[in-house]
Design a protein around this ligand. Structure first.
Ligand code: FES
Ligand SMILES: [Fe+2]
Length: 387
């Protein structure tokens, strides 16, 4: 029960910020506008550059109705294009793979250079007067940063070096650029709105209750701080007390051994970084991963991600990475379980947006971004039409 003093203070304080209204988490027009106004004009990871090491290697990224392909050219450069044939729109490439020197559409066989120019098509004479130079694959703005290929589908987001600023120095000791994929890119479909999954990642307030394993192993700092606009960070500090679970205990015991090149403070911590609107980067002493939360329609999303490590080997490192993957699989299942419960609760007529704590400041920043780009998100109920 509150003491009278606390109650008096609470009534004089400014009203607490509120989460987004429930309708925004399942509305088709919201999803469409979120893709157009928030996700397309932001930096999205396609792949790590080591995933496409040789000329002709490619990786694709699907985002809503869009698809992008990043291709390694014959000079070693990486370029990105809309993955859409200039003839009659066929999707050209899927997943990841290798083009044999040229990119050929699977429909009628239009063929493009790795640099996007249209080279030719079957029955060329059936297109009299066609100017090949007018039908190159459409380029997409791409940047290499921290060893990853990022693309921005629209708008003018500032260069990534400017977005991250000095903050990127946090990653320097880990040498992301020298890492290689430890596994194929994964895609997990969750029956929750992409914003529910992102809200969940943007705070550690849920860790002690929602992730008992993480809490056995780590003291979370809880402070998901927005150090720069759009960028959040929190740390889990490894406890000295061994966990009661064997996998966690072994990880605690051996992880320091495989991270001797890292500064001592980094050997016993897990770092969780976010870049609004939809990117998470987890940094462990033994490996790192990224994931993106991509809308798959209202109330549905796909988690796309991958795990990367320095190309070292050794029995202890293999064991530590195995344990890390095992622990993080549980965390992922717990997050999905929690997010599904939120999505179900949001459908209840009884729910009104609840207050956000100061430990949820990154969630607030995310919601404020949504409110700024889609002003209807401020309304308590869905409007009959959007501006
Ligand atoms: S749609 Fe690609 S060649 Fe026809
Ligand atoms: Fe979580």
């Amino acid at each position: 029960m509150n003491s009278p003093a606390v109650s008096a203070e609470a009534t004089s304080a400014a009203p607490l910020p509120r989460a987004l209204p429930a309708w925004t988490y399942s509305h088709p027009e919201m999803t469409r506008l979120e893709i157009e106004r928030i996700l397309k004009p932001s930096w999205q990871i396609v792949c790590h550059m080591s995933a496409i090491p040789r000329p002709g290697d490619y990786a694709t990224l699907d985002l809503g109705p869009e698809s992008v392909v990043a291709v390694r050219g014959s000079q070693g450069q990486i370029q990105a294009f809309h993955n859409v044939c200039r003839h009659r729109a066929a999707r050209i490439l899927d997943g990841t793979g290798k083009c044999p020197g040229t990119i050929t559409c699977p429909y009628h066989g239009w063929t493009y250079r790795l640099t996007g120019e249209l080279i030719g098509m079957p029955v060329r004479e059936s297109f009299p007067g066609l100017e090949r130079s007018q039908f190159s694959l459409r380029p997409v703005r791409a940047e290499l940063f921290l060893g990853f290929v990022f693309v921005a589908l629209s708008g003018h987001p500032p260069p990534l070096a400017q977005v991250w600023g000095d903050f990127a120095q946090d990653f320097t000791p880990y040498r992301f650029e020298e890492m290689v994929p430890l596994d194929a890119t994964y895609h997990e479909d969750w029956d929750v709105d992409w914003k529910v999954a992102m809200d969940n990642y943007l705070e550690s307030y849920h860790v002690p209750i929602g992730h008992p394993g993480l809490f056995r192993m780590f003291t979370p700092d809880f402070e998901d701080q927005a150090f720069r606009p759009g960028i959040g960070r929190s740390f889990g500090w490894m406890r000295d007390n061994p966990s009661s679970k064997w996998s966690e205990r072994l990880y605690q015991r051996f992880v320091g051994e495989v991270a001797q090149e890292l500064p001592e403070s980094h050997r016993r911590r897990w770092g969780f970084y976010s870049l609004l609107p939809n990117l998470g980067i987890d940094v462990f002493p033994d490996q790192m991963d990224f994931f993106q939360v991509l809308p798959r329609g209202p109330g549905k999303c796909t988690i796309r991600g991958g795990t990367f490590g320095l190309p070292a080997d050794g029995r202890v490192l293999r064991a530590v990475r195995y344990l890390n993957a095992r622990i993080n699989r549980s965390v992922q299942r717990e997050d999905e379980f929690l997010c599904r419960r939120v999505q179900r609760g949001l459908a209840s007529s009884s729910y009104e947006p609840g207050p956000l704590s100061s430990l949820e400041s990154c969630v607030l920043e995310f919601h404020d971004l949504l409110r700024a780009r889609i002003p209807e998100a401020r309304l308590a109920n869905a409007p009959s039409h959007f501006a």
